[in-house]
Design a protein around this ligand. Structure first.
Ligand SMILES: NC(=O)c1ccc[n+]([C@@H]2O[C@H](COP(=O)([O-])OP(=O)(O)OC[C@H]3O[C@@H](n4cnc5c(N)ncnc54)[C@H](OP(=O)(O)O)[C@@H]3O)[C@@H](O)[C@H]2O)c1
Length: 325
């Protein structure tokens, strides 16, 4: 018999694939989504879905009631409006969830898995970073995820919440915008930096495998890096996408737009897009995230939880995602 599972951010890109895998494995899944339309997408996967957000006290209590496993995926770089800062979405969101856990109690709960990010490490000039190295976030997104990690770690230490942190690499897979597949095919892909930096990546199927492994066998209070085993530079990653989809290679613009101009454009773009209630694409955080270089050690998840990658390198994974069927 499967477990009773609550998934926040269930209609998101990772959420949908995770929910589908859990339902297929026989779990009884309830998602959280922010609108009735988004909830219907989750229900179409065979799960129940509550409508609300991370400040909806009653809805969170309902989702947590009797849950054995919680995947806390809701969050991200920032939301669409001016109020949806990374701090609100990630740190305050975690606080809202933990407050609800405190009200409901941890009686039935075996694990609460939080999707943090490789961005907590910041730019390490290509260094291989392990989970025990202190985070050095240099973006608002990375800082807000560190703050959320700290809230969960404190709840684990002080109140016995079975929290586990997964520092997730950039996820690629069908429909994931990180691949820039449409822009590369159309010959319009542009990115900051020079592309010589390492950005940890992972295929969505392996991301789901890793999240489930941490929920099932992880240690309370532990942190697990989750990336593939053969990090590529950004330039090599996108060259691989280009090889499959055609079009034109990504053009890296640091060589022809001075960085102070890039920063000014990104700040203005974020301000204007947020005021219009849109999801800003070019932001000061995005500039830094695309220029940062770090590789993640994955020995812990491999050795402690016997993680097996279907796609250990993005070269193989992208072939799976992008090869014509
Ligand atoms: N994808 C990656 O490459 C990657 C890498 C590292 C870490 N992560 C983390 O993994 C998680 C899932 O990523 P994803 O790619 O699936 O992101 P996504 O597609 O943007 O989905 C994010 C989900 O979180 C929900 N959400 C955001 N703010 C919320 C709030 N205040 N209350 C309730 N729900 C809220 C969104 O709802 P709406 O649809 O209504 O906006 C959506 O369901 C995120 O926390 C992200 O930071 C992702």
């Amino acid at each position: 018999m499967g477990s009773k599972v609550f998934v926040t951010g269930a209609n998101g890109r990772v959420g949908q694939r995770l929910v589908a895998a859990l339902v297929a494995a026989g779990d009884q899944v309830t998602g959280l989504a922010r609108s009735a339309d988004k909830a219907r997408e989750v229900e179409a996967l065979g799960a129940a879905c509550l409508v609300g957000d991370l400040s909806s006290r009653d809805v969170l209590e309902q989702g947590l009631d009797g849950a054995e496993v919680v995947y806390h995926l809701a969050g991200g770089l920032r939301g669409p409006g001016p109020q949806q800062t990374p701090d609100l979405v990630n740190r305050a969101g975690m606080q809202g969830l933990l407050d609800a856990v405190d009200r409901v109690g941890t009686g039935s709960l075996n694990s609460l898995v939080f999707t943090s990010t490789c961005a907590v490490y910041g730019d390490r000039s290509g260094l291989v970073v392990g989970e025990d190295m202190p985070p050095q976030p240099d973006t608002r997104y990375g800082k807000s995820k560190v703050a959320a990690e700290q809230l969960l770690a404190a709840a684990c230490d002080e109140r016995g919440v079975p929290g586990r942190i997964v520092r997730l690499a950039a996820v690629y897979g069908p429909g994931f915008p990180f691949m820039l597949a449409d822009q590369i095919a159309a010959g319009t892909a542009r990115l900051p930096g020079e592309g010589r930096n390492y950005v940890p990546t992972i295929h969505i199927d392996d991301a789901v495998t890793g999240l489930r492994a941490v929920a099932g066998g992880g240690v309370d209070g532990a942190i697990y890096n989750l990336a593939d085993r053969a990090p590529l530079t950004l330039r090599d990653f996108y060259a691989e996408v280009h090889r499959h989809v055609g079009g034109a290679p990504v053009r890296f613009f640091s060589t022809w737009i001075p960085s102070y101009v890039q920063e000014a454009l990104a700040r203005t773009n974020e301000r204007v897009a947020s005021r219009l209630g849109r999801h800003p694409r070019l932001t000061p955080d995005n500039l830094k995230l695309f220029r940062a270089s770090a590789r993640m050690r994955v020995d812990r998840i491999e050795q402690e939880l016997s993680m097996e990658w279907a796609w250990p390198s993005a070269r193989e994974g992208l072939a799976d995602v992008l090869a014509p069927r």
